[in-house]
Design a protein around this ligand. Sequence first.
Ligand code: DGP
Ligand code: NA
Ligand code: NA
Length: 212
Amino acid sequence: MAGRRGALIVLEGVDRAGKSTQGRRLVEALRADGHCADLLRFPERTTEIGQLISSYLVKEKNLEDHAVHLLFSANRWEHVPSMREKLHQGITLVVDRYAFSGVAFTSAKENFCLDWCKQPDIGLPKPDLILFLQLSPEEAAERGNFGNERYENSSFQEKVLQSFYHLMKDKTLNWKTMDASKSIEDLHREIKTVAEETMQEVQNKPLGELWK
Ligand code: DGP
Ligand code: NA
Ligand code: NA
């Protein structure tokens, strides 16, 4: 059936900005309004590649930095066939982290340039909307301590944030910065409004390819 496609909506932002909560709330609200919507998250830890990534994040395993970058990317690529299929069936996908986290986290390490980091994710389905949940390091700190996973420390997260700001300068992508210091409810309402606008706009437009 030729028809309207779903939108690809990505949530990005620093730790504790509320991406996972907002992703869940958005999918619930869209479904309640009669839309078809699914929630995805990356890394998706349940696949074999995802389990490797998970053991790296919980520090059970050490992996070389380039190798781990490629694993995160492979974890996204292994989901592309099902993502494309769902989008073309008219299902909107809400994705908790995507290639932008991939680039921001690896490029925050010593000796990694943004350009190298982008290469393996070139050609992924291009998001129709990227919501950047903005929260200052001070406000994030008020929401509790970091966990014990790799990357969960403030000096690294500050570098990650700078990489995100750099990626957000790309005007070929539809970035929207959202103030994540608002209440869960207020932020949810704003996110739902922009998500619905995007779903309307893209339904007859082809899905793009990222960074191509
Ligand atoms: P989360 O499950 O959303 O808390 O993400 C796990 C951690 O992995 C988090 O610190 C962000 C980081 N991360 C997510 N995607 C990537 C990626 O593609 N590359 C790297 N290096 N780190 C990532
Ligand atoms: Na985390
Ligand atoms: Na994630």
